[in-house]
Design a protein around this ligand. Structure first.
Ligand SMILES: Cc1ncc(C[n+]2csc(CCOP(=O)(O)OP(=O)(O)O)c2C)c(N)n1
Ligand SMILES: [Mg+2]
Length: 600
């Protein structure tokens, strides 16, 4: 359940108790009013040791000395205005001398800035490059889950401890600064950061092995860029633990083909039956980076009683569900290898079989649905690649917006194939063609890229590069005359708003643009032509653009029909599989909450 901070008291108490729980027990606070909520929280916290001083310059150096003597992070707090920069000499010294200071400057809220209010200056990032990072958290009342504060502080304190470099947190408070009411004590579990570069210490390893040994119902969620060469070790990890694997299209794991542990069509499974209690795991292991699937994120966020562990060497905080208990800072491949060496094979319980039975059923149902007609619906642009992958594996680049979502939902190769790529760092629709061309040239092998029409429009300049390319790029443009993803979003029914202000028609003539750059161009009207065109280009080792024209309205309809078809048939074939997959008959709850399909 979401617990937002409503008052200054709640917010300040949460910050101080989090810091104390994270091992920061010494606080040095300057005298002032804007910092009063934190002063009161320190007064209430019996585990915090606090020193108050009038001169912030001296206070900063005192905190520096404390941190040196204690050999652990010390927190120094000031009010707003020039009090903040009085800490600068000590912050500079701490930065140059590698001393872990946690610098908190209290601030006025946004609405008081830039209009001449008293004791107000621009405090964001005020210490420039002399801190490892600087964050401003908005003033309460908040609408977001306060677990976000705990997650951020867990990460920041882990960073102070591992880099021995000061960090800065700027915290605005609104007036009245201290109130009598609303001091609920909000408590969230702290993410346990197991600091490591490539090795886990015995104690941490035992802690993790103990969790894995104790729970049979576990799941591995492999996110983007699990790192090169990790796929096999992760697959072995899944097999050893008997934990099924939900592999993001960019994880590098789907390319291993239809292994018994890799669950295809997990989005549809979660959408239709994921709320059933049999699916609830006791352990969730996130590996690597971004996860495209909104269904997966919503589902794991709701698993409040499971152990959630993230393994990533990413230096930023990754906690999209605010439900991570343990973070292991290392490459997923190293982690998988260490666990694989230490663990003995766990016998399979019903759990992987449960997932697999649904995934096998959907492997049949979904192609069956699209094969009923020869119309080249948008998802069929992706499913149409699957038979081709079986005969001549090729790398695939998935453009942002619906193309990558179709990849997430439908691109599950059944045999070993080449890597699937995408730009999910900030999910831009810019530069997608250029990136695919770069991948093509680096791999020196033909690449198939699937993108939307606006994504095409955004990077038309790349066609100049494409026209000169030696290694062929086969560029498939799904032209639905605008941003088709917006039709699926909550405001998707407001067609006037969409058309006028959010996602106007692109009115692109892809053929004319291709001609301007002397690039081979075809329009595919049906599934069989579409596949023949790709086969031809691959055989000829020729690049080219294939346009697939679709309608946004029809696309929404076909998704509804597909959902209805799956809903009707999802349990049908399972009875046959009962004996081989330990299938347990499932009773559906009365109300199934429908999961969000996608966001832009
Ligand atoms: C550089 C950039 N600008 C804007 C966006 C916001 N955005 C997300 S999806 C989208 C529409 C993309 O349309 P199209 O390429 O035709 O794909 P479709 O939605 O039709 O699949 C936009 C504008 C973005 N992600 N990146
Ligand atoms: Mg489009």
């Amino acid at each position: 359940m979401k617990k937002p901070c409503q008052t200054n008291n709640e917010y300040a108490n949460l910050i101080i108790s989090d810091l104390v729980n994270l091992g920061v027990s010494h606080f040095c606070i300057g005298s002032g009013s804007r910092s009063a909520p934190l002063a009161e929280a320190l007064e209430n916290n019996t585990r915090a040791t606090t020193v108050v001083h009038y001169d912030e310059r001296s206070l900063g150096f005192y905190a520096l000395g404390l941190a040196k003597g204690l050999n652990s992070p010390v927190c120094v707090i000031t009010t707003s205005g020039s009090a903040t920069v009085n800490l600068f000499p000590a912050v500079m010294e701490a930065y140059m001398d590698h001393i872990p200071l946690v610098v908190i400057t209290c601030d006025r809220p946004f609405e008081d800035l830039d209009r001449g209010t008293n004791q107000t200056c621009d405090q964001e990032a005020i210490f420039g490059s002399y801190v490892d990072c600087s964050k401003t958290i908005p003033a309460p009342p908040h609408t977001f889950d306060s677990a976000m504060i705990t997650s951020l502080l867990s990460y920041l304190i882990h960073r102070v401890k591992t880099t021995n470099t000061p960090i800065h947190i700027n915290i605005p408070f609104k007036e009245p600064l201290i109130t009598e009411t609303g001091s609920n004590l909000l408590v969230h579990s702290i993410t346990n950061h197991l600091a490591t570069d490539s090795l886990l210490c015995e104690e941490s390893l035992d802690y993790i092995i103990d969790i894995f040994s104790s729970f049979d119902k576990g799941i591995i969620i492999a996110g983007g860029n699990c790192d090169k060469g990790a796929a096999n070790d992760i697959l072995i990890l899944g097999e050893k633990l008997s934990y099924p694997i939900l592999a993001d299209p960019l994880s590098g794991i789907r390319e291993l083909g239809g292994s018994s542990m890799i669950i295809s069509h997990y989005n549809q499974i979660l959408h239709h039956v994921g709320e059933l209690s049999q699916f609830k795991p006791d352990v969730v292991i996130f590996l690597g980076g971004h996860i495209i699937s909104k269904n997966v994120l919503l589902w794991t966020k709701a698993l409040t009683s499971s152990h959630q562990i993230i393994v990533s060497d990413c230096k930023r905080n990754i906690d999209p569900t605010l439900s991570i208990n343990t973070r292991v800072c290392m490459k997923p491949a190293h982690f998988a290898k260490m666990i694989n060496n230490k663990m003995i094979h766990k016998p399979a319980c019903f759990y992987p079989g449960l997932w697999k039975s649904y995934s096998l059923n959907l492997n049949q149902l979904i192609p069956e649905f699209f094969e009923q007609e020869d119309t080249l619906y948008e998802p069929a642009v992706i499913t149409g690649l699957l038979p081709l992958l079986d005969t001549a594996p090729f790398p695939i680049f998935l453009g942002n917006s619906l193309s990558i979502r179709y990849g997430d939902n439908f691109l599950f190769p059944s045999s070993i194939t080449k890597r699937i790529y995408g730009n999910r760092g900030v999910s831009g629709i810019d530069g997608n063609i250029s990136t695919a061309i770069g991948i093509c040239d680096a791999l020196r092998t033909p690449v198939i890229a699937v993108i939307g029409d606006c994504t095409f429009l955004h990077d038309v300049g790349a066609l100049h590069l494409m026209s000169k390319q030696k290694t062929p790029l086969i560029l498939i443009v799904i032209n639905n005359n605008g941003g088709g993803i917006f039709d699926f979003l909550p405001y998707g029914n407001n067609k006037t708003l969409l058309k006028n202000k959010i996602s106007p028609s692109s009115d692109l003539n892809v053929g004319n643009i291709a001609a301007a750059f002397n690039i081979v161009f075809w329009k595919a009207d049906n599934s069989s032509d579409y596949q023949k065109m790709i086969e031809h280009l691959l055989e000829e080792k020729s690049g080219g653009i294939i346009e697939v024209n679709t309608s946004r309205e029809e696309n929404v309809l076909i998704h509804k029909k597909l959902n209805a078809y799956i809903e009707k048939n999802i349990n049908k074939n399972l009875k046959k599989e009962r004996s081989s997959y330990f299938f347990m008959p499932i009773k559906k709850p009365q109300k199934t909450k429908s999961f969000a399909f996608m966001d832009s």
